[in-house]
Design a protein around this ligand. Structure first.
Ligand code: 4NP
Length: 162
């Protein structure tokens, strides 16, 4: 059975393409190419069609991770295409829940940092938006995505095994 995931941030050019690239990288490392379908999207459409932000792409490349894709907006009908809709921060989650057409759709929405063992307590659930900040913000996003995606993938592989 294939598990279908969509990572969602605001613009779909920084955080969610990073999470998508990191998740694909981990799948390749584990030789698990078939069990998952991965996409990313944004709650906003400001950057529709654009490639990932160069700063995100450069930060990922330093760690041997390739970012791909063109920004797309996550719409109500997209819920049907995924098992998990993984939001990068609380505002993304609120926007997604407002867009969810059914309770079943709403139940697919989770926050990536629910899987981050290094988060600073139960309220530190946001992947901070790096867009208007300096280079260290992009490094932080990458570190958070690596830790959280590793744990998320462990969890999903364990669920798939039953
Ligand atoms: P992202 O970052 O949600 O991680 O892709 C942002 C990208 C663009 C904007 C905000 C956040 N923006 O306001 O254009």
């Amino acid at each position: 059975m294939t598990t279908r995931l969509c990572f969602v941030c605001l613009g779909n050019i920084c955080r969610s393409p990073t999470a998508e690239g990191v998740f694909r990288h981990l799948l390749a490392q584990r030789g698990d190419g078939t069990g998952f379908e991965i996409e990313s999207a944004g709650t906003g459409a400001y950057h529709e069609g654009e490639a990932p932000d160069r700063r995100s792409t450069a930060t990922a490349a330093q760690r041997g991770i390739t970012l791909t894709g063109a920004a797309a907006r996550f719409d109500a009908e997209d819920f049907a295409r995924f098992d998990w809709v993984v939001a990068m921060d609380g505002a993304n989650k609120t926007d997604l829940l407002a867009r969810a057409p059914t309770e079943q759709a709403a139940a697919k929405v989770v926050l990536l940092r629910e899987w981050d063992e290094h988060r600073d307590g139960p309220h530190d659930l946001d992947v901070p938006d790096p867009y208007y900040g300096g280079a260290s913000g992009f490094d932080d996003v990458l570190d958070i995505c690596l830790r959280s995606c590793e744990a998320l993938l462990d969890d999903l592989e364990a669920r798939a095994r039953g």
